[in-house]
Ligand binder design. Sequence first.
Ligand SMILES: Cc1ncc(COP(=O)(O)O)c(C=O)c1O
Length: 366
Amino acid sequence: MTEGSWPDPKIQACPIYEPGLPIETVARDLGLEPSKIVKLASNENPLGPSPRAMEAVVGTLNRLHDYPDGGTWRFRELLGEKLGLDPLQILPGNGSNEILEMLATAYLKPGENAVFGEYGFVVYRLATLHAKAEMRVAPMPNLAHDLSILRKQIDDQTRIVFLASPNNPTGDSLKAEEIIEFARSLPEHVLFCFDEAYAEYATNPVDLRPLIAEGRRIVCVRTFSKIHGLAGLRVGYAYSNPEVIANLQRVRQPFNVSSVAQAGAIGALKDEEHQRKTRELNLESLDYLERSMLDLGVWVRRSEANFVLLEVSSGADCFDALLREGVIVRPLGGYGLPRHIRVSTGTMEQNRLFVDLFTRWLEAKS
Ligand SMILES: Cc1ncc(COP(=O)(O)O)c(C=O)c1O
């Protein structure tokens, strides 16, 4: 075996996913209590988990010796009722990231390609590389998807198009009509993966279920990490036609969603009050953050999700300065956006603290 060729150089070249800094690490480095650290870096829910989810999780603890329901039946039935779909059209995963990986495993092979925007969610890139397939990266002028540009990247070897709206990290959204027209325009050999991580926050969400019912190759992906406040449990799901779901079933790990995660997600799904409160706080936060940035003369993109994108000359400097004060935001150098940061919405108290510290940083810099 030639040295340096094991494992496959394509795997050796894969970047390692860099998460937002964990609260515990920052607290330790700064010598602060973890409760003093404010994390606005990973688009989590500042209200915490749904209380009904927490109760349901506790209820599973005396059964941890049993394997989970490997078919996630109760969970899929409930999701099916909520979405008006058959449980055979739904597949839960260990976070929606796992679903994205399953899609790449099932639908991509070397020589084929996946298409996505240059500032698309990083896992599209990683999943494509793990499948040893090619990436066709579409430019995003003005940091926004342009579907005609995305469409031009598609060729005979394209098997998946990944698209999120709202997109993370740029916060751009497309109109429902545009997405539907795009989905209808795709050739038969392409599976359209529509990532709806932030769908529950959107005022005018896109509904692709009618197109799925027509038999189009579309898979929608959702997560419990955002509005449901369960990022730590790792639950997401795909819905599509039964054929696509059966292919994902073929490549998934047995028991990929733990019993604790299934119970928590079921509890959260029933907790409409928590979702409503989260949505209300998020709108108030977006209004406040947008207005504050405009007052400061800072370029801001308000999203239809739970974060804003800011242009700050040096994202790394801004990140470091805020970090020293115990506020974690997300610099976007890794996305090729060294001048930008992404700030998740927090509680109003956290938002105010961020704006105060950010204003001080701007003043010190000028
Ligand atoms: C667009 C998008 N898709 C997928 C995910 C992954 O979410 P999960 O926690 O369910 O893996 C995220 C998380 O930030 C996201 O922003």
